[in-house]
Design a protein around this ligand. Sequence first.
Ligand code: ATP
Ligand code: MG
Length: 420
Amino acid sequence: MSTFQAPKGTYDLLPPNSSTYLAVREAIAAPLRNSGYGYVETPGFENVELFARGVGESTDIVTKEMYAFETKGGDRLALRPEGTASVLRAALEGNLHKAGNLPVKLWYSGSYYRYERPQKGRYRHFSQVGAEAIGAEDPALDAELIILANDAYRSLGLRNFRILLNSLGDQECRPVYRAALQDFLRGLDLDEDTLRRAEINPLRVLDDKRDAVQRQLVGAPLLRDYLCDACKAYHEEVRELLNAEGVEYEDDPKLVRGLDYYTRTTFEFVHDGLGSQSAVGGGGRYDGLSEMIGGPALPSVGWALGVDRTVLALEAEGVTLDIPAATSVFAVPLGEEARRVLFRVVTELRRGGVATDFSYGGKGLKGAMKNANRSGARLTIVAGERDLAEGLVQLKDMESGDQVAVPVTEVVEAVRARLA
Ligand code: ATP
Ligand code: MG
């Protein structure tokens, strides 16, 4: 039988690189934890209808990219392609919005699934860290989220990213713009698919990546010229809050999130070292989404950052994260008696919070020391038969190479003193 391979469009996270992924998730989560966001975890799959409504029937995600299936019991489910719809569903189901504490601020981290054409930075299984602030309309909340994502990226050492910012208007001003854009699009030389899209969701045509389409869009009407006074003031406030914090952004009047109920603030983080998969994260305000999935009116804003692309961005900038070695102490027993004695020492050190590993498999000194080196441990405890007969072990400093004999009864203390 041939050996198995990870499915197309997926890859495994393995040590030592996997520690970078953990560190990225942690770095994105840290500013959220520090800003009143509570952790939420939802199932890896949901009723397919939630995404059809919550992401949008006409989006690529729903029409082409969803892993939808029917269970043996006849339920129509889909692997989650994104987080917002699930998180909002969970908040509504758990009545978090009724606890009298709006906005409900939540963060999440997990796996997402989209049936896409795999390429660098585009996978069928990928991971996101996201944040949602549910139930408040306040430009400071939009600014807060943009600042937190910006801080997360900067804390990782990323510099070559840009923030694109736009406003999509609201139920009052967008329909007027939509009609004007549709009029404009109808006069262009577009293929049938794109013309159909122009009828269903014209804003998404602005997001078309093809040159032939973009060239025709040069004179397209822009939403910013159609914003109502309330939307204009709201957007201006978001921009001023970002300016005051020194967060740089580019106004991008063609940036859309495509969905009809996405409103007002919309933004994307793009990294310039990633080629065509340049979006490392994106988000915006979705004031209409709760009602779309059967909830009350709950104006909300959120973002999702892609962990995979963030790791690629680190590579593109040549940033290596300062991740401390997983192991501080490595124990090398030589012989049966030493094995029993050191195993107890190792357990005691671990219980006392010292990251410790052990040479398994009855290796000789040379092989065991190789493992000790690879573990990155600062100290190695070597116990041989002759030392042990005198109640001693050798404590070796891996950096300086210095070695001292220490009574086995005192080795835990000696290790602590040296690591302190
Ligand atoms: P793109 O335009 O690149 O397809 P998107 O608009 O579909 O991105 P979002 O739904 O906004 O992406 O998801 C937020 C982030 O999740 C993206 O900015 C990206 O970093 C990441 N992401 C989305 N799809 C994938 C994927 N297939 N593989 C890896 N990362 C992804
Ligand atoms: Mg996509």
